[in-house]
Design a protein around this ligand. Structure first.
Ligand code: E4P
Length: 217
């Protein structure tokens, strides 16, 4: 399973990247706003840091302008994936940009039928939003399962990029189902290391190290 980091914060990306945890990065307009940076500048910095796909989202809602924006975004670096919304115009932009040989991430996916359309339009990645479905009492994981089944039934190569991940259990469930990629905030990825038995066990070992004066160096 690939790990993408869902942020436009350079320091957070760099910290995880140094540990080999970053296979790519996703950004969106809200994350760019939060960073306080210019979209082109910050996206270029991320692309310089990370080898894998870096998703940068268009701002337009009509296909023609989305395509023009996408063509500008892919000039930033070779590893740009143009992010387009799952609308009819977004699918048109997806088809044109993927036919041109660019990676496209179709975002704001909330149904399996939408995911089916994105795959047919040549999407490299489909981004189903788990957390936002859970927020309205629907089952985000059920959507990931449905898309996995449909893509496998017909051999679609579009990668399932589980997005809007809010917890470590979202990561675990996505891995169990077989999502190709998760994109998660740095805090969620770092929280995966936590286990109370690890902490308790380490405390006990440290007490014995002190009591027995165990030294290696
Ligand atoms: C990623 O591509 C999405 O933009 C992101 O995961 C959305 O997450 P949120 O629902 O927590 O804003």
């Amino acid at each position: 399973m690939k790990f993408f980091v869902d942020t436009a914060e350079i320091d957070a990306i760099a910290e995880l990247n140094d540990l080999g945890m970053v296979d790519g990065v996703t950004t969106n307009p809200s994350l760019i706003k939060k960073s306080g940076r210019d979209i082109i500048e910050v996206t270029k910095e991320i692309c310089d840091l990370v080898d894998g796909p870096v998703s940068a989202e268009v701002t337009a809602t009509d296909a023609e302008t989305m395509i023009a924006e996408g063509r500008k975004l892919v000039e930033i670096a070779e590893n740009i994936a143009v992010k387009v919304p799952l609308t009819w115009d977004g699918l048109k932009a997806c088809k044109t940009l993927s036919d041109d040989g660019h990676m496209v991430n179709v975002t704001l996916c909330f149904s399996a039928n939408q995911a089916l359309l994105a795959a047919k339009a040549g999407a490299t990645f489909i981004s189903p939003f788990i957390g936002r479905l859970d927020d309205i009492n629907l089952d985000g994981m059920e959507l990931i399962e449905d898309i996995r089944t449909i893509y496998d039934n017909y051999g679609f190569e579009t990668q399932i990029l589980a997005a809007s991940i809010r917890s470590v259990n979202h990561v675990l469930d996505s891995a169990r189902i077989g999502a190709d990629v998760i994109t998660a905030p740095p805090a969620v990825i770092k929280a995966m290391v936590n286990h109370p038995l690890t902490d308790n066990g380490l405390d006990a070992f440290l007490a014995d190290i002190k009591a027995a004066e165990i030294k290696i160096l």
